[in-house]
Design a protein around this ligand. Structure first.
Ligand SMILES: C[S@@+](CC[C@H](N)C(=O)[O-])C[C@H]1O[C@@H](n2cnc3c(N)ncnc32)[C@H](O)[C@@H]1O
Length: 249
């Protein structure tokens, strides 16, 4: 028995549900409550990618996979390396795609974490830059690792204070090429009240001094990016709702 080709219909329906989800405030409230409750167990620290800890929630990992597959960047720049899982994740996707490199920037790349990254099978696609993400010499080094004409995606996941993320947005957004993504991590902090803010962290960022506050300011300054409403709509149980931006073509 032959079945009609329903791929376009399936996609249209999924996109529509994602948009509807994005407008479901009651659902988002439940999701927030779950994020806060699970944080007691450091939920975002429990996952690994190809054996390496990745400090992300599963929904964001899947969303970033969709973004990379869709836009197939030549270079992914990520600020905030930590234990290296997200760099390994991006590198593994680019390896499957058959093209692309990853540049990881962190103010403190500890010897054991560097060792994990450079000895991993994905290492050949990864370059590390140690330094504050907004320091001039760091930015110079990052720029020097982007070949002329390369398409570039950026993920900002370092110091989550408003001022730092805003400085990163101003410095890294110009690197993103048209049609590519700029992902601002941990925007969930902007949706949490003081009492809901995760505290099991070395640094704590409260509402107003966090990535979403920076993103709002940046969007008021620049018209270059648009929110991907379908992607953001389906981000429940996620760290970065409203953090997925696409540079206008
Ligand atoms: C949330 S972790 C990154 C998680 C990682 N992207 C992952 O998904 O596994 C944040 C990292 O940002 C780094 N960091 C903090 N301040 C920084 C700065 N000013 N410049 C660059 N990196 C910074 C920290 O050292 C830490 O490793």
């Amino acid at each position: 028995m032959s079945h009609p080709d329903d791929r376009a219909k399936f996609k249209a329906e999924s996109d529509e549900y994602a948009l509807q989800m994005g407008r479901d405030n009651a659902l988002f409230e439940m999701s927030k409550n779950l994020v806060v409750a699970a944080d007691k167990y450091k939920y975002s620290y429990l996952w690994t990618w190809l054996g390496v800890p990745i400090i992300q929630m599963p929904a964001d990992i899947v969303a970033m996979q969709e973004v990379v597959w869709r836009s197939k960047p030549d270079v992914i720049v990520e600020t905030g390396v930590a234990r290296g899982g997200s760099l390994i994740f991006f590198a593994s996707l680019l390896k499957l795609i058959g093209n692309g490199t990853v540049v990881g920037v962190d103010i403190d790349i500890r010897a054991h974490n560097r060792d994990t990254i450079v000895s991993h099978p994905m290492a050949e696609r990864i370059s590390l830059v140690e330094g504050s993400s907004v320091a001039d010499n760091t930015l110079e080094r990052v720029r020097s690792m982007i070949p002329e004409g390369a398409s570039v995606m950026v993920v900002l996941d370092s110091d989550h204070s408003r001022d730092h993320v805003l400085a990163e947005l101003r410095a890294y957004a110009p690197l993103v090429t048209r049609g590519q993504y700029l992902i601002v991590a941990d925007t969930i902090l902007g949706f949490l009240s003081r009492s809901e803010t995760p505290t099991a962290r070395s640094k704590i960022w409260h509402q107003g001094d966090e990535p979403l506050a920076a993103l709002r300011q940046f969007m008021a300054e620049s018209d270059d990016f648009e929110l991907d409403h379908e992607m953001n709509g389906k981000l429940i149980m996620a760290s970065s709702p409203n953090g997925y931006l696409r540079k206008r073509a």
